[in-house]
Design a protein around this ligand. Structure first.
Ligand code: ADP
Ligand code: TPW
Ligand code: MG
Length: 579
């Protein structure tokens, strides 16, 4: 610098850097929470984000941070942000990214990465990995930003990709060098984008709406199936009006429970095995005909053989035009966002609607009555040791008394029994293993549910399921979150009774017997409780909810209770062979 003048100009012009621009871009778009695990090259990003007022939740393992981000996306319709270091941290987070894509949850995995020139020549950089290439097949979209002035575009693209159309997981690769790049602050500010209308409405075509309603009107035994897409859409009042106005019985998929209260008279959950094969026209709203619905065919649907069509006609309401005909013929696809589709149905139905034939409705009521009475009898028993039913009878009462609490649920028997026994009363209050039936979502979901909704969280966890994310109890205690974890402790995967015929090591499904999971909470200053009876469990849960303190209840369950794989024993090839 030869003269004094340019020096002065350089001093007065303000500089910013890559770290700051990432934070500014997130903030500008209302993304105020980050689920993270610090380390090179993102340590300062977590610090500075916190200093700038973002909520930075620091985890013990990236997988749990990722699951937290994914479910935050489901609960809020804003992409959940997970932030990790390069290679191993990225790979730990990748599981959750794939999970988000599979479940149609909006999420952005932001990972720091190593130096491009070295990675591409495979010269062995610190934590070298071609992350972008690896993320691509598992993400809805994947982007890399190389220059600070492109951070605004990169974040904007990631947001749009995550929440528009069918939501999913997006990967954003930010190389270490990017963070330190300096750039004129005023020029940089102009590169940031506040995304306008990130998830535009998609209005269904009127002929598609009419086609669907004509089919539904002509049905003798109609059924509506609500999936987690319907829960995600936040069109709760219109969905309820549609169900009530048509008078059609409905089945909620697991995470759609509570969209209407499970105790609603049109809820057909307690007659599931009657309504699926019995229905002649089925309207799917935000639910796919995947394995969870036996692919829309086979014996579940009244088909003669394993893969035979049961004869139903299907209406499918979905934002993805590719979803229709994925498993069976869809006679009336309605493509659009659920809010717009349901309101189009309601508009078109203004002329009046006749309830379904009384025979169908009364047959369902009959079945429901029988099954509910049978269940009530089982729930009333008080066996010793406590079993899933007597423990879940307590959880059922607690959830009824606290309908705003969010229920997190994973395990095999611990999952299936909870889903069928514990009624939900409000939308988006039940979050669980989702489309893949994965173990490990538990504690990450607890953190995100508590942080994103500020509500009490109740987690019902199989002892195996809990183990996948158990260390995050420290995270829950650190942030003093109102989470009550109940570990259904039956000494193992499915049950604790397997024996190794050769002696020596215990069987692969068996854990340390009589383990005291409650001590884990105590280790971090939380409340640990040990419950061997329903009365003790009730008292412990009531106290946890009253105090809103992080609590872990070790609920001792009869190790002989339950079945292998819970309700999906038939999917297990070994179990199949035994028959
Ligand atoms: P479930 O497991 O509850 O049956 P799925 O995850 O299989 O639910 O299906 C959810 C479906 O909802 C997906 O096909 C997805 O495209 C769709 N979906 C998600 N959000 C919306 C929305 N806002 N409008 C319409 N469809 C949606
Ligand atoms: C990531 C396979 C399905 S269910 C389960 C496992 C290991 C645990 C069942 O035992 P738990 O429940 O939780 O004690 P309970 O009540 O029946 O005793 N790895 C992943 N996901 C899955 N689904 C598995 C393994 C599995
Ligand atoms: Mg178990």
């Amino acid at each position: 610098m030869g003269t004094a003048e340019p020096q002065v100009a350089a001093e007065t012009s303000q500089l910013t850097d890559g770290f700051q621009l990432v934070i500014d871009a997130l903030k500008l778009n209302g993304l105020d929470t980050v689920y993270a695990l610090p380390g090179i090259p993102i340590t300062d990003l977590t610090r500075r984000a916190q200093a700038e007022g973002l909520r930075v939740l620091s985890f013990r393992h990236e997988q749990n941070a990722g699951y937290a981000a994914s479910i935050a996306g489901f609960l809020t319709q804003k992409p959940g942000i997970c932030l990790t270091v390069s290679a191993p941290g990225f790979l730990n987070g990748l599981n959750a990214l794939a999970h988000a894509t599979t479940n149609c949850f909006p999420m952005i995995l932001i990972s720091g990465s190593s130096e491009r020139e070295i990675v591409d020549l495979q010269q062995g950089d610190y934590e070298e990995l071609d992350q972008l290439a690896i993320a691509k097949p598992l993400a809805k979209a994947a982007y890399r930003v190389l220059h600070a002035e492109d951070i605004g575009i990169g974040v904007a693209r990631a947001i749009r990709a995550a929440v528009s159309g069918r939501p999913g997981g997006v990967y954003l690769d930010l190389p270490a060098k990017l963070f330190a790049q300096s750039i004129d602050a005023e020029a940089a500010r102009k590169t940031l984008i506040k995304v306008v209308d990130p998830a535009p409405k998609q209005i269904p075509a009127s002929d598609a709406v009419r086609r669907a309603l004509d089919l539904l009107k002509a049905a003798k035994r109609p059924l509506i199936i609500l999936g987690k897409g319907a829960a995600y859409a936040q069109a709760d009042a219109d969905i309820r009006t549609l169900v009530e106005k048509t008078g059609i019985p409905y089945l909620p998929m697991s995470m759609a429970k509570g969209l209407l209260p499970d105790t609603h008279e049109q809820c057909a959950s307690a007659a599931r095995s009657f309504v699926l094969p019995g229905a002649d026209v089925v309207m799917l709203i935000g639910a796919r005909l995947n394995w969870l619905l036996s692919h829309g065919k086979g014996k579940t649907w009244g088909g003669k053989g394993h893969k035979d069509w049961g004869g139903q006609k299907f209406i499918q309401v979905d934002i993805s035009p590719q979803e229709a005909d994925s498993n069976v013929r869809i006679d009336a696809p309605v493509v659009g966002d659920i809010g717009s589709c349901v309101s189009a149905f309601l508009n078109e139905m203004k002329t009046g609607w006749a309830k379904p034939p009384a025979e169908w409705l009364s047959a369902i009521q009959e079945k429901k009555k029988g099954n509910i009475a049978k269940m009530a009898e089982t729930l009333a028993k008080d066996p010793s040791p406590m079993n899933f039913h007597s423990a879940l009878n307590v959880v059922r009462d607690i959830v009824k008394a606290n309908p705003d609490a969010i229920l997190v649920n994973e395990g095999a028997n611990a999952l299936d029994f909870t889903r069928s026994i514990v009624d939900m009363y409000k939308p988006r209050k039940r979050i669980d293993v989702g489309t893949w039936g994965i173990m490990g979502i538990g504690m990450g979901y607890c953190v995100a549910a508590a942080v994103a909704t500020k509500q009490q969280v109740i987690a019902i966890e199989g002892d195996s399921a809990f183990g996948f994310s158990g260390m995050e109890v420290e995270t829950i205690c650190r942030y003093d979150l109102p989470v009550c974890i109940v570990v259904m402790n039956n000494n193992g995967v499915y049950k604790g009774t397997d024996v190794n015929p050769r002696g020596g090591d215990v069987a692969p499904t068996v854990f340390v017997k009589g383990a005291r999971y409650d001590k884990i909470a105590e280790a971090f200053g939380g409340v640990g409780m040990h419950a061997t009876t329903p009365a003790q469990l009730r008292k412990a849960m009531e106290e946890a909810i009253r105090s809103r303190k992080p609590t872990l209840i070790n609920a001792v369950i009869d190790e002989t209770a339950g079945t292998e794989s819970g309700r999906i024993t038939s999917l297990n090839p070994t179990a199949g062979k035994k028959k």
